[in-house]
Design a protein around this ligand. Structure first.
Ligand SMILES: Cc1cc2nc3c(=O)[nH]c(=O)nc-3n(C[C@H](O)[C@H](O)[C@H](O)COP(=O)(O)OP(=O)(O)OC[C@H]3O[C@@H](n4cnc5c(N)ncnc54)[C@H](O)[C@@H]3O)c2cc1C
Length: 497
């Protein structure tokens, strides 16, 4: 493929955010859109690897990963490196969070992001196969969402949740809903993972005005007189375009900005990079959900093939909370990415601990320094403890009614909340939801990197459209919210062209 001579819009990164932006912008035949992706492209369905097309037990996609580590925590940080980005490798939990999450973004200086203003975009992106007729769901969007009927064992797990006192919730995406029910997953009727690769981009790539270039690692942005004018690839090639939308994800977007001289002065100085635009928030405010586990011996062999996940239970760990602050989910055969392990996967839903992403070197292939600092806010550990104790309660019911044996934490530890706290510190990891490193916010917020329309502060013609713009982490797995961000940024860019 030859790159178009001067695209109107260059999108960097083809994941949940960037893939949606490129797809929606290319609906306008008058616009020439170039989508650049560091990893490989799989242009037709037949060429998509099985591990990308499906979400099966043991079907890791290690060869399509950025291989990042949180070195301080000695913890792997998987990220998809291929067209579709992390949407092509994720576990297909299709959740939206609560209205409060988006109203909080608006209150924090991004006034257009109230729940009422985000909801039309959540509806636009999905076809909910079960509840599409409900006013808050969509029935004609590119991403198909389904809840698998629970098998006998999963049904018994759900009953254990109800016996432990959690209400039944058939649709975990119901606004304000709390309780236990089947997990909505972005899978079609053939159980194909509804990645951006096989949905939005499979349709959009037929259009002559969209070019998708795989294997194109972007080194830096080209900035002239305070305007983004294009990008420089790691190969040295320069591509000039009208506007640039950065969507390289919550680790790579801040790293790419910093490599381009945009970021906190001290981060740039430490890597020997000249300052083009000082922006103290770039790479700071790294958020995620912390996750931990209650592992069980279910006495059953894990089924081969498709990974059964769910039911899930959203709960409040203390009185006085308007909505949930923890969720746990039954995972069969691949709990904590450990082959053969089953049990309850506990995720703290509104984590407030903050880490950072710093460029280490000018080299485009160099890994950034990533430090999540889980539980640096002690409130997160309290939330994790409340959620783990609630999961242990469900495990106790399962031990009685289903003859499941609790493995981790063992029965003795499980009786002592202080010992459970230590279990969480020993067994916690990323929930794969990094965000917040280029957050939206008001001009008065010195750490805000983009404005309400996701335009970079201080540089014209440059937008960000990925999970990095989220000012707080929503109470859910964030693939669907990131696609919602992509939908909205596409509208903002189109309105300004
Ligand atoms: C293993 C795993 C399981 C997950 N499970 C779930 C789940 O079940 N449900 C859920 O909701 N979420 C899940 N997530 C999280 C979710 O997929 C991500 O939050 C979401 O995809 C983030 O979207 P993004 O656009 O910010 O980044 P990404 O989707 O990661 O996209 C960034 C893209 O930019 C490309 N890129 C980066 N740097 C450059 C560069 N310099 N030049 C060119 N291209 C570049 C990357 O290769 C990538 O394609 C999971 C994630 C992982 C990794």
């Amino acid at each position: 493929m030859t790159t178009p001579s001067r695209p109107d819009v260059i999108v960097v990164g083809s994941g949940s955010g960037g893939g949606v932006v490129a797809s929606r912008l290319s609906e306008d035949p008058a616009l020439r859109v170039l989508l650049l992706e560091a990893g490989p492209d799989f242009p037709d369905l037949g060429s998509v690897p099985d591990a990308v097309l499906h979400c099966r037990l043991g079907s890791g996609v290690n060869e399509l990963d950025w291989d990042y580590l949180d070195r301080g925590a000695r913890s792997a940080l998987p990220r998809g490196r291929l067209v579709g980005g992390s949407s092509s490798v994720n576990s297909t939990f299709a959740l939206r969070g609560q209205p409060e999450d988006y109203d909080a973004w608006a209150a924090l200086g991004a006034p257009s992001w109230t729940w009422d203003e985000c909801l039309p975009y959540f509806r636009k992106l999905e076809t909910d196969e079960d509840y599409g007729v409900r006013a808050y769901h969509g029935s004609s969007g590119p991403i198909h969402v389904r809840r698998h009927p629970l098998d006998d064992f999963q049904q018994a797990v759900l009953e254990a949740c109800l016996e432990a006192g959690h209400p039944r919730l058939d649709d975990l995406n119901e606004p304000g809903g709390i309780g236990a029910g089947p997990l909505p997953r972005n899978l079609d009727a053939e159980d194909r993972r509804q990645s951006v690769l096989i949905t939005y981009l499979a349709q959009a790539r037929q259009r002559p005005n969209l070019e998708i270039l795989g294997g194109a690692l972007v080194d830096t942005l080209l900035i002239t007189a305070g305007r983004a004018t294009g990008v420089r690839l790691a190969s040295g090639e320069e591509i000039v375009g009208g506007r640039v939308v950065l969507a390289a994800g919550a680790y790579n977007s801040p790293q790419l900005l910093q490599r381009s001289g945009i970021g906190p002065r001290e981060f740039l100085a430490a890597a020997g990079i000249d300052v083009v635009q000082e922006l103290p928030g770039v790479g700071r405010h790294l958020l995620d959900h912390a996750s931990t586990l209650v592992a069980l011996d279910t006495g059953r062999k894990a089924p081969s093939g498709f990974i059964p996940i769910g039911p899930s239970c959203k709960l409040r760990t203390r009185g006085g909370l308007a909505v949930d602050d923890v969720k746990f989910t039954f995972v069969f055969g691949e709990l904590f990415a450990m082959p053969g392990l089953s049990g309850l996967y506990v995720e703290v839903s509104n984590c407030t601990s903050e880490g950072e992403v710093r460029v280490r070197s000018r080299e485009p292939e160099a890994e950034p320094h990533i430090a999540h600092r889980f539980f640096s806010d002690p409130a997160d550990l309290d939330r994790a403890l409340g959620g783990t104790l609630a999961a242990i309660e469900v495990a106790r019911v399962m031990a009685d009614s289903m003859r499941c044996e609790q493995l981790l934490p063992d029965a003795q530890i499980a009786r002592d909340p202080e010992a459970v706290r230590q279990h969480i510190l020993d067994f916690h990891a990323t929930d794969y939801h990094p965000c917040g490193t280029c957050k939206m916010g008001a001009e008065s917020d010195p750490l805000a990197v983009v404005d309400d329309h996701c335009r970079l502060r201080g540089i014209d013609n440059l937008y960000i459209a990925d999970a990095s713009v989220m000012p707080t982490v929503p109470r859910c797995n964030i693939n669907v919210p990131t696609m919602m961000v992509g939908e909205r940024v596409a509208d903002y860019v189109r309105a300004e062209l």
